[in-house]
Design a protein around this ligand. Structure first.
Ligand code: NAP
Ligand code: ZN
Ligand code: ZN
Length: 356
């Protein structure tokens, strides 16, 4: 077994702290990765604090993982020692259900094995659950390892593994491109990638933000228009305008206010996962045959396609690099919507051991 140091939450209310644990040895189809960077997703906070239901503790979050291949099992064909690779939100799935066969492993009928806080059938002892990327190393089946284009900065590429694919997948599924008017709600980790991708795909993009301080950044990131969502008059002026709205908000908010901004047959897609249920007024949908949908990350193949697109178009996240021991302050800043626009942990700052 591989002894590993990570940062874990030990309860919903405790700060993250160093924690030693074991990874499985590299199996025949496994890739052992030395992690260099890991992004900080709002889902890490929801999970570490049991906001989506009880988490398993200790909980080591982190699913925007970039590193180098340290070792490969004898049957691995796609990777070799030294390759730059990434791991996102999943590390395995059943591979036989209709969703898996369609390359949409995130919708696996049996539930994918999530990168952290998920039952781990691959661990040698029963009852184990997965530990994520706030650690120096990880062992992952090659089928769930991604290639990272060499021209992308590794720290700035890390958030592509979750924030990137989660916004790319719905834009791609709903075939967004030139001639579409797209709204992106919330300028955080996901939202800023939603803006970059929708602009790169040729759409006219409007950012909706609660933060007046983000107007200039929204434009710098490529948004053609920015609306302050707390300004009722400004919101009313946007009615019936949009083909597609991507909602990337992490907290309770009124989605009916956005549904009414869709034109006839427009789609609003939720990627944000606030902990409380939302209510939808039937009139908001029925009035103009609008639809409301949700979307989870993306499959492995489309994640690779997104990464390759980013390589070709030089698209990465805007990141603030932090040390591992700054993680608890970073969480507080994310909760204050004060992240520009993704924190990424430099894993060289992880202690080698927790002794002393
Ligand atoms: P984030 O960086 O914290 O961004 C969330 C943004 O939402 C904030 O920056 C803020 O933008 C806006 N916001 C926050 N509180 C708000 C409120 N009370 N009312 C209105 N707007 C508010 O979070 P993230 O990492 O991008 O994640 C966003 C959500 O997506 C989280 O719930 C996360 O768990 C979820 N997620 C889902 C998937 C999936 O597969 N569907 C994948 C990853 C993450 P402004 O300052 O611009 O208003
Ligand atoms: Zn995430
Ligand atoms: Zn499956």
């Amino acid at each position: 077994m591989l002894t590993c140091v990570g940062y874990a939450a030990s309860s919903p209310t405790s700060p993250l702290a160093p924690f030693a644990f074991e990874r499985r040895d590299c199996g025949p189809l496994d890739v052992q990765i030395d992690i260099t960077h890991c992004g900080v997703c709002h889902s890490d906070i929801h999970t570490a604090r049991s906001e989506w239901g009880p988490a398993s503790y200790p909980c080591v979050p982190g699913h925007e993982i970039i590193g180098h291949v340290k070792a490969v099992g004898p049957d691995v064909t796609r990777f070799k020692v030294g390759d730059r690779v990434g791991v996102g939100c999943m590390v395995n799935s059943c591979r036989t259900c209709a969703s898996c066969e369609a390359g949409l492993e995130q919708y696996c009928d049996a539930s994918p094995t999530w990168t952290y806080n998920s039952p781990d059938p691959a661990f040698p002892t029963e009852g184990a659950y997965t530990f994520g990327g706030y650690s120096r190393a990880i062992v992952v089946d090659e089928g769930f390892v991604l290639r990272i284009p060499e021209n992308l900065d590794p720290a700035a590429a890390a958030p592509l593994l979750c924030a990137g694919i989660t916004t790319w997948s719905p834009l791609s599924h709903w075939k967004i491109g030139t001639g579409h008017r797209v709204g992106v709600v919330g300028l955080g980790g996901l939202g800023h990638m939603g803006v970059k991708f929708a602009v790169a795909l040729g759409a006219e993009v409007t950012l909706f933000t609660t933060s007046p301080s983000k107007v200039e950044d929204g434009k710098r990131l490529g948004a053609h228009r920015v609306v302050i969502s707390r300004d009722e008059q400004a919101m009313a002026a946007e009615a019936n305008r949009f083909d597609f709205i991507l909602d990337a908000v992490s907290a309770d908010h009124d989605i009916n206010a956005y549904l009414s901004l869709l034109k006839q047959d427009g789609h609003m897609v939720l990627v944000g996962l606030p902990e409380k249920p939302m209510s939808v007024g039937a009139f908001s949908l029925v009035a103009k045959r609008r639809s409301l949908a949700g979307s989870a990350i993306g499959g492995i193949q489309e994640t690779q396609e997104m990464l390759d697109f980013c390589g070709q178009h030089n698209i990465v996240s805007d990141v603030e690099i932090i040390r591992m021991d700054e993680i608890n302050q970073a969480y507080e800043r994310v909760l204050r919507s004060d992240v520009k626009y993704r924190f990424v942990i430099d894993m060289a700052s992880m202690p080698d051991s927790i002794a002393g």
